[in-house]
Design a protein around this ligand. Structure first.
Ligand SMILES: NC(=O)c1ccc[n+]([C@@H]2O[C@H](COP(=O)([O-])OP(=O)(O)OC[C@H]3O[C@@H](n4cnc5c(N)ncnc54)[C@H](O)[C@@H]3O)[C@@H](O)[C@H]2O)c1
Length: 330
């Protein structure tokens, strides 16, 4: 099977590449424009997997090079992960998000249609649901994103739903909750340049000694210890969910939340590093951030019932793999 993976040198893409390379009969092609990743990740994927794959530095906004790639590639399936993903940046520079995420997706889908490639698995996000006063989210909830990042994902979802209705392309839309954790080798993980936007990349910087303490925003949320609670999904479980979609998308389209169904607070996470890695994270409380909600997590029943997938790992594996990656990348 010839598979195209967009954004394959990024945090999730690199782990998914390893999952795909473990499968038999997969010829993998990765494209990435390196806007949020490093070329060295390509060599790490080769080193860990001991397998060959094709890599092309390509920007999805470049319609012509994408068309050329599709004419040669004879792809059977596309995993579409490439995109910009910072909620904060999307509010500051919305045009970048419309261009990169939406134009990129339109070019990709046009190339698929021209070359008769029928199946796609798309990385969406629980951010599409918006800030509801609900804790537990299921797939049939209304989508009311409250930022441009979430809105671009909703628009791409709508496009995929329309293309499915027109019988042009079948799609699996995966709405991730909070991906976390790193590869067991300690060689791959999420390590953005500059100020991180998410909790775990912050913690990585603390373990590496680049930051002294964690800023915990808010201690009066309606949770057991007052800090916000989220559904953190181990990257390897996330990869397994994608692999389970390969057979499914050959027959049908579908939309699935991908999370564990178990919310953990910021203090749970801090304590898990002490418990499982013997590492103390210093922290200070700061005021709540605008728009943050008390708690949200996934209602897991749909992916379990239809894809036969549920998360097997928890905070222990997330903390230990994150710690290993941080120490190795010091
Ligand atoms: N990490 C999360 O918390 C999270 C949560 C929900 C959804 N997602 C979605 O999952 C996908 C992957 O996320 P990630 O965490 O691996 O992000 P990432 O930034 O680490 O990876 C995305 C990759 O896509 C590449 N890219 C961006 N624009 C491109 C373009 N126009 N052409 C080619 N390559 C391009 C980047 O260089 C990067 O390597 C994204 O679509 C993101 O929106 C991520």
């Amino acid at each position: 099977m010839n598979i195209l993976l967009t954004g394959g040198l990024g945090y999730i893409g690199s782990h998914l590449a390893l999952g795909l390379l473990k499968k038999q009969n997969v010829n993998l092609t990765i494209v990435d424009n390196l806007s949020n990743s490093k070329l060295s990740v390509k060599n790490k994927i080769r080193f860990i997997s001991s397998k060959n794959f094709k890599f092309k530095k390509l920007d999805l906004k470049n319609k012509n090079s994408l068309q050329k790639l599709f004419k040669k590639g004879k792809f059977d399936l596309v995993f579409h992960l490439a995109g910009s993903k910072s909620v904060k940046e999307s509010q500051i520079d919305p045009k970048k998000y419309y261009e990169n995420n939406i134009l990129g997706a339109i070019n990709l889908l046009n190339s698929m249609i021209e070359c008769n490639v029928k199946d796609i698995i798309f990385s969406s996000t629980a951010t599409v649901y918006g800030s509801k006063k609900i804790n537990c989210y299921s797939e049939n909830f209304s989508r009311e994103p409250v930022n441009t990042y979430g809105l671009t994902k909703k628009i791409i979802e709508d496009l995929l739903i329309d293309l499915d209705r027109k019988k042009k392309i079948k799609s699996v839309i995966l709405r991730y909750f909070n991906p976390a954790g790193c590869h067991a080798s300690g060689l791959l993980g999420e390590n953005p340049e500059g100020t991180p936007n998410n909790l775990y990349p912050y913690i990585i910087k603390i373990i590496k000694g680049d930051l002294d303490f964690l800023k915990v925003f808010g201690n009066n949320y309606k949770t057991k210890d007052g800090t916000g609670a989220r559904d953190y999904i181990h990257i390897q479980d996330l990869v397994d969910a994608h692999l389970n979609c390969i057979q499914f998308v050959k027959k049908k389209s579908g939309i699935f939340n991908i999370g564990t169904g178990k919310p953990y607070t910021v203090l749970d996470i801090i304590n898990s590093f002490q418990k499982h890695c013997n590492f103390k994270i210093n922290y200070n409380f700061y005021p709540r951030r605008e728009g943050d909600i008390d708690i949200y997590y996934n209602k897991i029943s749909k992916a379990k019932k239809i894809l036969g997938w549920s998360a097997k790992r928890g905070l222990k594996e997330i903390s230990q793999s994150t710690f290993k990656f941080a120490i190795k990348s010091k």
